[in-house]
Design a protein around this ligand. Structure first.
Ligand code: C2E
Ligand code: MG
Ligand code: MG
Ligand code: MG
Length: 285
């Protein structure tokens, strides 16, 4: 925060905040060239079926290999990319890479069980007029059917969404693409509102999973998750849980009826070859 020190001069009141601001500014201006130079890469985290432990797909998570700062997580640069609009070409790049990767996994896996791919979509991408056509084109170019793709949109992005915002999502859902409500349970949305949204998957936020850490878990947390799962299933929505770090959590969530899980207990996000190894280990063991 800068404080006026007389005349037109400003004096720094908080040098650390200033350093952060400079980094933010530096990162923001470096984003477009980073995309051109290929400094972004994607890690994949498996999505595991809680019933039988099989790998059903993966979520694509973008990272930036910054020449000075090393690997930066999405929380460091996605908000900046959203602010400048670079999220549109960056998001398109992530989608294209991920869909092509899904195709490559399938080819190596002998076309047996199609690997599903989850890709995060930022609110800015939802309002971009090219979203539906870009998605169709990307799927066609890669030869991947829409049923293999799941687009994740956060609950907070859809709170109070009007029909204009929901229209592209409906088009995508009608094509057979799954829409997941990400970080569900953190946005204080009206549960009755769910009926209005073209979603087929609820991704229960990590904070609920954390409540399952001890065994037996907190009874109130259990009731809440139980309630969400039963509501979701009655609306024909599948439930995925994020942030599963222990076997005890996985077991609790399986008993509560959750369908799919994701978390360090199974695997951290990693390079695409890793998913292939996990899926293979799963098929043979
Ligand atoms: P998200 O979509 O909710 O993704 C899950 C986050 O939880 C990821 O963080 C993942 O690495 C982390 N995670 C997975 N398992 C565990 C676990 O067991 N314990 C803990 N503590 N964390 C776990 P990450 O990779 O840092 O991504 C953060 C957020 O950035 C994502 O949250 C998503 O909202 C956003 N993001 C990532 N990639 C993209 C992208 O390509 N486009 C957009 N628009 N957003 C993205
Ligand atoms: Mg996500
Ligand atoms: Mg999430
Ligand atoms: Mg999250």
């Amino acid at each position: 925060r800068a404080k006026s020190a007389g005349g037109n001069r400003f004096e720094l009141a908080d040098p650390e905040a200033d350093a952060r601001a400079i980094t933010r500014h530096g990162l923001t201006t470096a984003l477009p060239a980073a995309l051109e130079r290929g400094e972004f890469f994607i890690e994949y985290q498996p999505l595991v079926h809680l019933g039988d432990g099989s790998v059903r797909g993966a979520e694509a998570l973008v990272r930036w290999l910054h020449p000075q700062h090393g690997v930066l997580g999405p929380d460091r640069f996605i908000p900046l990319a959203e602010h400048t609009g670079l999220i549109v070409p960056l998001g398109r790049w992530v989608l294209e890479q991920s869909v092509r990767q899904a195709r490559a996994w399938r080819e190596r896996g002998g076309d047996t069980d199609p690997v599903r791919i989850n890709v995060n979509l930022s609110p800015c991408q939802l309002t971009h007029p090219g979203l539906v056509q870009d998605t169709v084109d990307i799927l066609e170019r890669a030869g991947v059917e829409p049923q293999a793709l799941c687009l994740e949109v956060t609950e907070s992005a859809l709170i109070g969404a009007d029909d204009d915002l929901l229209k592209p999502l409906r088009r995508l859902a009608e094509m057979g693409i799954d829409i997941a409500l990400d970080d569900f349970g953190t946005g204080y949305s009206n549960l009755a509102n769910l009926r209005r949204l073209p979603v087929s998957v609820l991704k229960l936020d990590r904070s609920f999973t954390q409540g399952m850490q001890q065994f037996p878990a907190d009874p109130v947390d259990l009731k809440i998750v139980e309630g969400i799962v039963s509501l979701a299933h009655s609306l024909d929505l599948a439930v995925t849980v994020e942030g599963v770090e222990t076997g005890a959590q996985a077991e609790q969530l399986r008993i509560l009826g959750c369908d799919t899980a994701q978390g360090w207990y199974y695997a951290r996000p990693g390079p695409p070859e890793r998913l292939h190894e996990l899926a293979l280990a799963d098929a043979t063991g």
